[in-house]
Write a protein that binds this ligand. Structure first.
Ligand code: GLU
Length: 554
C-alpha cells in the first residue's frame, strides 16, 4: 500500500482531479493590475462594524483597479451558524452600496466561480485533499479528543509549545498500512496537513500594509478536514481563493499569525499564493479611558444595525470609514468637498498600523455635513424611508403634512453654507415636532418654558405683545430683523451683543434675547431652525395663536 492507495481508500468516490478543477475554474480574464478581492464572512451573527470596514476596503481596491469583488459565505463551522445570518449579512452590505459583482446573494448566486457557499463545496475540497494525501502531504489522524487533551497536559507540564507537530504528531508516524487498517476498522478520523516547517526558523512574508516581516515557520499538522467531512478555514480559504482567482486577501489582523500556515499550504500544492493585507482592528476608548477592541458583546456600535437604526446617512458612514482607512482621506475630502468618494485613490501604504480608533462624535460630525449638503428632495425621500422602518413619530408627521415637512427640510438648505441642524435621521422628529400644532399644544402643557430668569416677566410679556401686534411676515429676513431690533430698543435691549457688552448695565439685554423670547414662545425651546423661516412656515395666524396662548399662561 502506498499514498495513492491510501487516498483511494479514503476517497473512493472522488473521481475528479486538480486538472479537472483547473478546467472548470480557469484564470480570470482581466486587465493587468485588476484586483480580485472578496468579503468572506461566517454566518455567525450580524454584520460587524469591523467587517463593514474590511469589505469596504476590499470593494474599493477592486473597483479602483477594474477588478472583481465577490461575496463568499464561510459556513464550515456549522455549530456556530445562526439561521438567516448569511442573508442578513449580504443585505446589510448592499444597504451600504457595497454590492458584490458575484457570489452569494442570499436567495441566489451569481458568477462562474461558485458555489460561493463553502458547505456546498465539499466535493471540491475533497479533490484537493485527495491530491495532498497522494503527495504524502496529508494523512488521517485518529486521535480522540481525550488523546489531544492528554497531549496538551503533557506539553504544558514539559513547557513545550502545545499542538500537534513533529514528534507529538502521533498519527503522522504510522505507516500507510497501519493507517489503512484503522480506516478499514471504521475508526473515526480527521485529515491533517503534514507540515515540513520548523518553528525555530523564520519565513519571510509580505503584507501589503506592513511590508516584509519575519514570522516563525509553521510546523503544526493542522486539521484540514474535520470528521464531518467539511474543511477548516485554513484549508477552505486556500482552495477557494485559488479557484476563485482571488489576487488580494483583505482580512482582519487576527489572521496575520496564521499566515505561515497558509503560505505553506499554498506551497505544498504548488499554487501561487495571493497577496495579503491584514487590516487593523477597530478599537474604541471605553468609559475608563482605556483603548480596547470594539466588542460584539459590550458595544452597540459594533453592529452596523446600530447605525442603520439610528439613521446615519450611508455616505457619512462610508466617508468616516475611509478616514479610518487612509490617513490622507480627510485632507483629500477638504480639498474636494463635492467630489464623489469613489474618486479618492485608496492605497494600502497609507493605512494605519496600530488599531484604528472608532470615534463616534467624529462620525456624527461627518454625518451632519452629509445631511446638510443633501438637496431637499433627497433628504425628504431618505427621511421618509428611514421613518417608514424605524421612526413611527416622524412617519406620522410626514404623512400628516408632507408639504410642511418639505418646507422645514428646506430651511437654509441649498446655499453655500447650509445650516447643520441634524446629525442623523433620528434627530429630525424631536427638532421639528413643534411645527405640528397639536404636538405644540401638548408640549406647551407639559413644558416649563425656559425664559431667561434675569428678565422680568412683565417685560417679556410687553415685548411679546408688541411683537405679535406688529408682526409682518411679508418683509424679507433683513427687514424683519431690523424690526426686531427696533422693538428691542424700545424696551431697552441693545441692537447687538457687541453694543450690549460695551455698556451692559445700560441695557436689559440684546436683540438676541428678544429673538429668544419669540423662539421659546413658538417652539417651547431655546433651539430651533432659523427663526425667521420658522415664523414664515408657521404662518402669521399660527404665530399669533401661539404667542397669545403663551401670554395667557405666563
Ligand atoms: N471567515 C473568516 C472570518 O470571518 C474570513 C477571513 C478571510 O477573509 O479570509 O474571519
Amino acid at each position: 500500500m502506498n499514498n495513492v492507495d491510501l487516498a483511494e481508500l479514503i476517497f473512493p468516490d472522488v473521481k475528479e482531479t486538480l486538472a479537472d478543477l483547473d478546467k472548470k475554474y480557469p484564470p480570470r480574464n482581466l486587465k493587468d493590475g485588476a484586483l480580485v478581492t472578496r468579503f468572506a464572512p461566517s454566518p455567525t451573527g450580524f454584520l460587524h462594524t469591523g467587517s463593514l470596514f474590511t469589505s469596504l476596503v476590499a470593494y474599493t481596491v477592486s473597483k479602483q483597479s477594474g477588478g472583481v469583488f465577490f461575496f463568499r459565505l464561510e459556513d464550515t463551522d456549522q455549530k456556530r451558524e445562526i439561521e438567516g445570518s448569511g442573508k442578513e449579512l449580504i443585505e446589510q452590505l448592499n444597504y451600504f452600496g457595497i454590492t458584490p459583482d458575484e457570489g452569494y446573494f442570499g436567495d441566489h448566486e451569481k458568477g462562474s466561480y461558485g458555489p460561493y457557499v463553502q458547505s456546498k463545496r465539499a466535493d471540491i475540497y475533497k479533490v484537493v485533499i485527495k491530491e495532498l494525501i497522494k503527495m504524502g502531504r496529508a494523512y488521517p489522524c485518529f486521535c480522540s479528543s481525550e488523546d489531544l487533551n492528554l497531549l496538551r497536559t503533557t506539553q504544558e507540564a514539559n513547557k513545550v509549545i502545545p499542538g500537534y507537530y513533529g514528534l507529538y504528531a502521533k498519527c503522522r508516524n504510522y505507516s500507510v498500512d497501519e493507517l489503512a487498517t484503522m480506516i478499514k476498522e471504521g475508526k473515526p478520523y480527521v485529515i491533517r496537513f503534514k507540515s515540513m516547517g520548523d518553528h525555530t526558523k523564520y519565513v519571510r512574508v509580505h503584507d501589503l500594509i506592513r511590508g516584509d516581516l519575519n514570522l516563525s515557520q509553521n510546523d503544526q499538522d493542522i486539521v484540514i478536514m474535520k470528521s464531518d467531512g467539511l474543511p477548516t478555514y485554513h484549508f477552505a480559504h486556500l482552495v477557494d481563493d485559488h479557484y476563485m482567482g482571488t489576487t488580494t486577501i483583505t482580512r482582519g489582523e487576527e489572521w496575520l499569525s496564521s499566515l505561515p500556515i497558509h503560505l505553506e499550504l499554498f506551497e505544498s500544492i504548488g499554487w501561487k499564493a495571493p497577496e495579503y493585507a491584514h487590516l487593523p482592528v477597530i478599537m474604541k476608548v471605553d468609559e475608563n479611558g482605556n483603548r480596547r477592541k470594539l466588542s460584539k458583546r459590550k458595544d452597540a456600535e459594533a453592529a452596523v444595525s446600530y447605525f442603520i437604526e439610528k439613521g446615519y446617512p450611508i455616505e457619512g458612514i462610508i466617508k468616516y470609514l475611509l478616514t479610518i482607512a487612509n490617513s490622507n482621506f480627510e485632507e483629500w475630502l477638504r480639498a474636494n468637498p463635492k467630489a464623489n468618494v469613489a474618486d479618492f485613490k485608496f492605497t494600502f501604504e497609507k493605512m494605519s498600523l496600530d488599531g484604528a480608533l472608532f470615534d463616534l462624535p467624529k462620525l456624527r460630525n461627518i454625518s451632519k455635513e452629509v445631511l446638510a449638503y443633501k438637496d431637499v428632495e433627497t433628504i425628504c425621500k431618505e427621511a421618509y424611508e428611514y421613518a417608514s422602518k424605524y421612526d413611527s413619530d416622524l412617519l406620522a408627521f410626514i404623512n400628516k403634512q408632507e408639504d410642511l415637512f418639505k418646507k422645514i427640510m428646506n430651511i437654509e438648505r441649498n446655499q453655500e453654507h447650509p445650516r447643520k441642524d441634524y446629525d442623523v435621521y433620528s434627530d429630525i422628529f424631536n427638532k421639528i415636532k413643534f411645527f405640528d400644532s397639536d404636538i405644540y399644544n401638548q408640549m406647551l402643557d407639559s413644558t416649563e418654558l425656559p425664559f431667561n430668569p434675569f428678565i422680568e416677566k412683565d417685560l417679556i410679556k410687553n415685548v411679546l405683545k408688541e411683537f405679535v401686534d406688529n408682526l409682518d411676515l411679508n418683509q424679507d429676513e433683513q427687514s424683519w430683523f431690523n424690526s426686531m431690533k427696533e422693538l428691542g430698543s424700545k424696551y431697552g435691549f441693545a441692537n447687538s451683543v457687541k453694543e450690549y457688552k460695551k455698556n451692559a448695565e445700560q441695557f436689559k439685554g440684546h436683540v438676541g434675547d428678544v429673538a429668544e423670547m419669540v423662539r421659546i414662545c413658538i417652539t417651547t425651546s431655546k433651539n430651533s431652525p432659523n427663526l425667521y423661516q420658522t415664523l414664515s412656515i408657521l404662518t402669521l395666524d399660527e404665530v399669533k395663536r401661539r404667542v397669545n396662548l403663551v401670554l395667557s399662561k405666563i
